[in-house]
Design a protein around this ligand. Structure first.
Ligand SMILES: [Zn+2]
Ligand SMILES: [Zn+2]
Length: 363
């Protein structure tokens, strides 16, 4: 089973403004899906998380028809224990929402506010987020037991794309080139060499595209929703949902539902190496990726995580990263990016200053 194997008012307002762009895009994606030739069954499954939109601002203690589906979602991604779920917004659900908000770098309030529900509806990786305890002051996370490839350095891992379980578009050459770029990103920061194997059966890392139930207990769900999953070391299994519109060049691929292959591949390779989901929103190892979003650059958080497992590539240095990248990734933890982190610190300082003035004035 994949789950076991393998991110103050002014800032909130700013984030809300940024985030509020997403529902419109989601809706246009949905319209696109409705008007193209995707089969009825795939359409029905596609974007079923959109139904969660109606739970926005639901309050604890109320009966909300269908909210058990949201409980199943939180169970799937590690936030709730399996159980007989009712359609009551109970304290367990509120607790799960709080944990989810903490993990995804969202202001923690236990409510299904706009930002929370929008994040829930966003396409994502199929691997559960909770793989151990949440460490609020840290960022990168490992799987339980901290598994890694146990070969001695310098390590070589081979990979191959399944000759049978693949897709027709993009071309095989374009797919291979995208995977090669994704592996190269991790190779540039670690002492690991990745080589494409000619024999799929003997490759350490086996890549394949699958539809629906494909035998590992983690069925894919059609267009968007879950995009891919990969298992922790030393499994090497890397599966992608064949129902997605995979893009190797977002300028050439115009679909509103296009998913950037290199971004997803870079994320899943992180799992293959032993990294679980980060709560740093900018990190490659953050679980969500919007349609048409490109996010393949490793951040300081990703790099520190993988280097703690395997060490550094002797040719790599953090000198190319700005001090704010290094500081925010290292210290902010719960999803605060560089500039936002600085605004938050400034805002907190201002509030503290005004508060002390008020206290002085009233005494
Ligand atoms: Zn993932
Ligand atoms: Zn699978």
């Amino acid at each position: 089973m994949a789950s076991s194997c393998s991110c103050i008012f002014s800032v909130s307002l700013l984030l809300l403004l940024v985030q509020s762009v997403s529902p419109a895009r989601d809706q246009s994606v949905y319209n696109t899906l409705s008007s193209n030739n995707v089969s009825g069954e795939v359409k029905r499954r596609a974007y079923r998380w959109h139904e969660f939109r109606r739970f926005r601002n639901a309050s604890r203690g109320s009966f909300i028809h269908g909210i058990s589906e949201l409980k199943k979602y939180f169970t799937r991604f590690g936030y709730l224990e399996n159980g007989n779920f009712t359609d009551v917004f109970d304290s367990e659900l509120e607790k799960a929402i709080r944990t989810y908000q903490r993990k995804l770098g969202i202001p923690v309030n236990g409510r299904l506010d706009l930002r929370t529900i929008t994040t829930v509806m966003s396409p994502r990786c199929g691997i559960a987020d909770i793989t151990g305890r949440i460490r609020p002051t840290e960022s990168y996370v490992y799987f339980a037991g901290k598994p890694r490839w146990g070969r001695s350095a310098p390590m070589t891992l081979t990979y191959a794309l399944s000759p049978k379980n693949s897709i027709d578009s993009p071309s095989r050459a374009d797919l291979r080139a995208a995977f090669e770029r994704a592996f190269a990103r991790w190779a540039s920061v670690t002492p690991i060499t990745f080589l494409e194997a000619s024999d799929y059966g003997f490759a350490d890392i086996k890549i394949g595209f699958y539809v629906g139930d494909h035998g590992d207990g983690e069925a894919f769900d059609g267009v968007l929703g879950v995009l891919a999953h990969a298992f922790s070391p030393e499994s090497g299994r890397f599966h992608l949902d064949a129902a997605e519109t995979w893009a190797v060049d977002l300028e050439a691929e115009k679909s509103e539902a296009a998913v950037d292959l290199e971004s997803v591949a870079t994320h899943e390779i992180g799992h293959l190496l032993g990294l679980a989901h980060s709560q740093v929103k900018e990190a490659v190892m953050y679980p969500n990726l919007r349609p048409r979003q490109k996010k393949a650059e490793l951040t300081v958080d990703d790099i520190r995580g993988v280097q703690a497992l395997y060490g550094s590539n002797p040719n790599f240095s953090l000198l190319g990263f700005s001090q704010s990248d290094i500081h925010s990734n290292h210290a902010a933890g719960a999803g605060a990016g560089g500039p936002l982190f600085i605004i938050r610190v400034f805002y907190l300082g201002l509030v503290t200053f005004l508060h002390s003035l008020f206290i002085h004035a009233s005494t």
